[in-house]
Design a protein around this ligand. Structure first.
Ligand code: HEM
Length: 410
């Protein structure tokens, strides 16, 4: 049975949301599992696990597409719509989606990731070596941003020495709200990066290597190869997906460990505990707060009448704090089990980089705990003023007892 849709004041990009997303989501959930907001030309927002999960799994009714399809304007997976970037595979639906995922998968299997862990460890050690003698670090700038940037470049097959440029672009895109100068500057950088990626695509068509660019340029989808535009789009999504999300996850964990030093020794030595802690930080902080869909047919969700063409924001963050599913949702329970969080999304678009993000998290957090076991956060921590896309940090300065560089451990 449907009722009059509840209208709420919700804007995931607002300062109010950034100040206390848990409170905003809690009060939404207390009113209704799905509500309508007039922000950004109007959209639905989910606040309960069951509705978020159901919509995430129903790609036929809740489409990720961008462009005009079936007489409808689909505007992709972000609100407000981002007009310039067409992101594959995140902005197509099954069955097309499955073909792209099949091509990408070999770069992200548990085995492929495990083989690269020694490289991740070397990269994390290199970052820590650069600051270890000073006793001071900005966890974001010096570690949580560079490691995921370099790891993502490694997987894709782009030059590692360019990591700062990539990190600045993808960090800037989500740290600054659409329409602000910081966001526009980041978009310009991303378009410039696309030109460099174009050269690499041409190279890999001639000179295959062991990287994602090679998988994409050599791919066969139903008897055809991928065009340069398709390859460039998948690379852009992978860079965007890999760079700032993992940064946010690691930074939030280091904030939690500052306030809970009693967890540090156990995490440093216990793999199982580290894995559970990673899942709990994914649940608790939801580094990606939510993604949008376009409704393709009149339907009902959580008692609300949704119309064909409506937009809806699937809030992973709200689902992750639903007390119907998670006991004591507002608490970080480091070894929470079970923990069926939606931090990597739900359904066929579920994050392809999940194994990779988990491996990076464990490597970086362990490196910190082993080499700066007594770190304390210093003044100057700064969160994003807009966390609606990525719940991240600009800066996270800390102090620790200085140590010695370890150099290359290879
Ligand atoms: C903590 C880290 C990460 C989080 C929280 C995260 C979150 C997500 C979420 C929620 C989605 C679902 C999108 C949707 O439903 O529309 C997604 C998709 C995706 N992620 Fe991640 N991600 C992370 C790390 C990574 C990494 C390391 C990579 C690769 C280097 C990556 C690449 C992608 C790609 C390519 C997609 C699109 C998949 C598709 O549309 O089928 N992500 N991610």
């Amino acid at each position: 049975m449907t009722t009059d849709p509840p209208v709420v004041e919700f804007d995931h990009l607002s300062p109010r949301y950034a100040a206390d997303p848990h409170e905003v989501n809690r009060s939404l959930r207390a009113r209704c599992p799905v509500a309508w907001t007039e922000a950004h030309d109007g959209f639905w927002v989910t606040s309960a696990y069951a509705e978020t999960f159901a919509a995430g799994r129903d790609a036929a009714t809740f489409s990720s597409r961008k462009g005009r399809h079936g007489g409808l304007d689909h505007t992709g997976v972000v609100i407000p719509a981002e007009p310039t970037l067409g992101l594959l595979p995140v902005e197509v639906d099954p069955p097309e989606l499955r073909a792209y995922r099949r091509v990408m998968n070999p770069a992200f299997t548990p085995k492929a990731v495990a083989e690269l862990v020694p490289d991740f460890e070397r990269l994390a050690a290199w970052c820590v070596d650069r600051v270890i003698e000073t006793g001071e670090i900005d966890f974001v700038e010096d570690l949580a941003s560079p490691v995921p940037a370099m790891v993502t470049l490694l997987i894709v097959g782009l030059p590692l020495e360019d990591w700062e440029r990539y990190a600045r672009a993808f960090h800037g895109l989500v740290a600054h709200a659409p329409g602000t100068p910081g966001h526009d500057e980041a978009l310009a950088l991303i378009h410039a990066i696309a030109a460099a990626v174009g050269d690499e695509i041409a190279d890999r068509r001639e000179n295959p290597r062991d990287d994602l660019l090679t998988l994409l340029t050599q791919a066969d989808i139903d008897g055809r190869g991928l065009t340069d535009d398709e390859v460039a789009s998948i690379v852009t999504t992978t860079l965007g997906g890999g760079i700032d999300t993992t940064t946010a996850l690691i930074a939030s964990a280091l904030v939690h460990l500052d306030q809970h030093p009693e967890l540090r020794a156990r995490l440093a030595d216990d793999e199982t505990y580290m894995s559970a802690f990673c899942e709990e930080m994914l649940r608790y902080t939801s580094p990606v707060q939510g993604f949008a869909r376009t409704v393709t047919a009149d339907t009902e969700l959580g008692g609300c009448p949704l119309r064909r063409g409506d937009r809806i924001f699937l809030s992973w963050a709200a689902a992750n704090h639903d007390p119907e599913v998670f006991e004591r949702p507002e608490e970080v329970v480091p070894d929470r089990s079970p923990n069926r969080h939606t931090g990597f999304g739900v359904g066929q678009h579920r994050c392809i980089g999940a194994n990779l993000a988990r491996a990076e998290f464990a490597v970086v957090v362990r490196e910190v705990l082993r080499r700066m076991p007594d770190y304390r956060l210093a003044d100057g921590a700064e969160r994003y003023s807009n966390i609606g896309t990525v719940n991240g940090w600009h800066r996270l300065p800390a102090r620790f007892t200085p140590g010695r560089p370890v150099g290359s451990r290879s």
